[in-house]
Design a binder for this molecule. Structure first.
Ligand SMILES: [Zn+2]
Ligand SMILES: [Zn+2]
Length: 269
């Protein structure tokens, strides 16, 4: 019998964190949990998440992540559970959800982001599509959610790039988690995007330091929200109210390097 592959996750945390990996998690329960988060209290601990989920998952595995630890953590659904697939399409459960939360309650007040949630597809007998991230959210202490999405980087010739493979925050505060975020037909969409993604891989990574479009004297390092344009250096961002590329009002921004979020997750097979 085929057992779903394990997944190696490489979290990078500025503080001690708990990485909890939920296998075979109910789509419906995850939606309820995200709704519960928006109405508070925030899903800042694995216990709160599990309660909000009403324990609708097949297996959980927990790892303690030290500060600045970059080791890979390997998680797999135990073969003795006899799980060979996560159900027929369309799916009613996600193969894997990785939740990163701060290990020490004392430091939670120092960060706006209290949890990072990554929904991961893992191949099984009924669907062999390779392992990939389906969605990634950052959950804040105020009960809002940011979906991590591709960035828009300015390119050397002044044009705008296609969205890159880098992650970026898009605020989805106010929108209900079941509106578009956790679509029932998500597996169909993933399949349709598969060919496109393969072509995108040929494009190569984005060049590292491009110059700030305002001062042209320092590397681009700030992502503007909500428009997601990434065209300013750390010092110029304080001087603009509107995005230089699209004129959208800048609600907030974050740095690309010198990560200031409490949690982040990198994954691999
Ligand atoms: Zn600048
Ligand atoms: Zn913009």
């Amino acid at each position: 019998m085929y057992v779903p592959e394990g997944v190696a996750l490489r979290p990078r945390c500025l503080e001690e964190c708990v990485l909890s990996c939920y296998w075979g998690i109910s789509v419906h329960s995850l939606q309820s949990a995200l709704q519960a988060h928006q109405h508070g209290p925030p899903l800042s601990t694995p216990q709160r998440f599990q309660t909000a989920m009403q324990f609708q998952y097949q297996h959980v595995q927990t790892f303690h992540i030290s500060r600045e630890d970059t080791e890979e953590q390997f998680t797999q659904i135990p073969p003795e559970l006899g799980v060979s697939d996560f159900g027929p399409l369309p799916r009613t459960c996600y193969p894997l959800v990785a939740l990163l939360t701060l290990a020490q309650p004392e430091v939670q007040s120092e960060y706006n982001v209290v949890a990072s949630m990554t929904v991961i597809h893992v191949p099984d007998t009924s669907y062999r599509l390779s392992t990939r991230i389906l969605f990634q959210y950052l959950l804040t202490s105020q009960g809002s959610m940011y979906e991590l999405k591709p960035l828009f980087m300015s390119t050397e010739d002044g044009g705008q790039s296609e969205p890159s493979d880098l992650d970026e925050n898009t605020q989805v505060e106010g929108s209900k988690p079941n509106e578009g975020l956790l679509k029932e037909g998500f597996y169909k969409e993933v399949q349709e995007e598969e060919e496109m993604e393969e072509r995108e891989e040929d494009r190569g990574p984005l060049g590292a330091a491009r110059d700030c479009v305002v001062c042209q004297n320092a590397p681009v390092n700030r992502v503007l929200l909500p428009c997601r344009h990434t065209c300013l250096c750390d010092s110029c961002v304080a001087r603009v109210q509107h995005c230089p590329m699209c004129r959208a009002f800048v609600l907030e921004s974050f740095a690309l390097s010198q990560v200031h979020l409490a949690t982040g997750i990198v994954w691999g097979e």
